[in-house]
Design a protein around this ligand. Structure first.
Ligand SMILES: [Zn+2]
Ligand SMILES: [Zn+2]
Length: 272
């Protein structure tokens, strides 16, 4: 059985709950991956709240949440995630903390007054924190997941998840060097069926944002070609990218690449 991948939040930086953003979605990063009896959740952006209210999450009592990093747009959904308040759940949280930090220490920093009335002590689910180092492999319910350190201020982690028929790579919040190929990243994502990649900017408007830790959809296309990826999903859209712009881009990409290059959209569900 192939993995079912659902996009709950596809936006970068800040939620955009406005009419101009509703087609592709305003919630920040959150993607679920159903691997048989195992539910993986990639990032805990504001889309996590909607996942927490869904029937999907009710089918599992053990959840595995893999964080790319702890910037707010990737963890802001945590205090609003219903399973954390239900003692029937066990939630494993995985992240690669900076030296000297722990995963629970990082979350405690965010979930503390005066920033939040909720602390990690408020949660009633059983929480288990799993820190790991650069490039360490993870074994989650017998699934061997590879990790890769990305180029982002404070660091970010990419994940490669095996499915029964292939693999899925989640690579967000990473910056490429203009004109250079990141050979380490190409090796990491090589021959994947599905690449979800940071497409915050485009090549033509990238220059002012060099150093911000993000990439372009064109770099995603180049990686798709160099690494022999079957399907590339644009992801982590700029909060300035309104539906009209993204629709135009989607039509252009469809003409050029057919179903090999697609735009992630809130609520979209695909099988990998
Ligand atoms: Zn981000
Ligand atoms: Zn970030």
């Amino acid at each position: 059985m192939s993995a079912r991948v659902t996009f709950w939040g596809v936006r970068g930086s800040i939620p955009c709950p406005e009419s101009d953003f509703m087609h592709y979605g305003g919630h920040t990063s959150c993607v679920s991956v159903e691997l048989g009896e195992t539910l993986l959740i990639l990032d805990a952006g504001s889309g996590l709240q909607k996942l927490g209210r869904s029937d999907l999450v009710k089918r599992y009592k053990t959840l595995h949440l893999l964080l790319s990093h702890a910037h707010l747009d990737h963890i802001m959904g945590l205090p609003f995630f219903a399973p954390l308040y239900d003692p029937a759940y066990t939630v494993h949280i995985y992240a690669r903390p900076a030296t000297g930090e722990t995963v629970d220490g990082i979350l405690k920093k965010m979930l503390t007054p005066p920033f939040s009335p909720v602390t990690t002590e408020t949660f009633r689910a059983t929480l288990q924190f799993h820190g790991f180092g650069d490039g360490d492999p993870l074994s989650i319910a017998h699934h061997a997941i590879a990790t890769h350190a990305l180029n982002h201020p404070g660091g970010s982690t990419g994940y490669r998840i095996p499915t029964e028929t292939g693999s899925l790579c989640y690579i967000t919040d990473t910056e490429h060097t203009v004109g250079e190929t990141d050979q380490g990243l190409v090796r990491f994502i090589q021959n994947s069926d599905c690449l979800i990649y940071d497409s915050m900017f485009c090549d033509t408007n990238f220059a002012p944002y060099i150093g911000w830790g993000h990439s372009t959809w064109q770099e995603g296309v180049r990686l798709k070609d160099k690494a022999n990826i079957k399907t590339f999903f644009l992801f982590h859209y700029s909060p300035d990218a309104v539906d009209e712009d993204l629709r135009d881009l989607e039509m252009r990409l469809e003409t050029s690449y057919g179903s090999k290059v697609r735009l992630a959209k809130e609520g979209l569900c695909v099988y990998v």
